[in-house]
Design a protein around this ligand. Structure first.
Ligand code: FES
Ligand code: FES
Length: 168
């Protein structure tokens, strides 16, 4: 065991862990940030996606010892009150079904839009296809990302995004 102080959602968060403890467990078990989900624990599903210095990573595949000074952002810290354009678009397009994969989906989408503000369908599919959704919400995810892109960093439009007629 060693003492680490991780920067999580903008605040220093001390915790005791072994260096090989997955960040996922430090977030969930030590810091109580249970919005980040456990799916496979093997880097295959993306349910555990968080940001490290703004980059989407699978927190089950990053150890506490590897985090260092990088800023960790979880779904709880993505915005104040769910106001991130991706979160607003997710509500507008009613993306979630069971919801389990959705924190990972939202974090991946937010990281995509930070680097590609108007992504093509191909860019969306490339960024998102590894975040598995057993409920098959992929079409709504794509539509919501386009909606969030249209809104830009300031907020969401009041009207449906183009191609938003069909809800599978
Ligand atoms: S729990 Fe991390 S990728 Fe599945
Ligand atoms: S909404 Fe159920 S797994 Fe994605």
């Amino acid at each position: 065991m060693a003492r680490y102080t991780l920067t999580v959602n903008g605040a220093p968060r001390p915790l005791d862990a072994t260096p090989e403890t997955p960040l996922l467990w430090a977030l969930r078990d030590d810091l109580g940030l249970t919005g980040t989900k456990f799916g496979c624990g093997e880097g295959l599903c993306g349910a555990c996606t968080v940001h490290l210095d703004g980059e989407a990573v699978r927190s089950c595949q990053v150890t506490v010892g590897e985090v260092g000074a990088r800023a960790v952002t979880t779904i709880e810290g993505l915005s104040a009150g769910g106001g991130h354009p991706v979160q607003r678009a997710w509500v507008e397009d009613e993306v979630p079904q069971c919801g389990y994969c959705q924190p990972g989906q939202i974090m991946a989408a937010a990281a995509l839009l930070a680097t590609a503000p108007r992504p093509t369908d191909a860019q969306i599919d490339a960024a998102m296809s590894g975040i598995l959704c057993r409920c098959g919400t992929y079409n709504r995810i794509r539509r919501a990302i386009h909606r969030a892109a249209e809104a830009g960093p300031g907020g969401a439009p009041a009207t449906p995004a183009a191609g938003a007629e069909v809800k599978p």
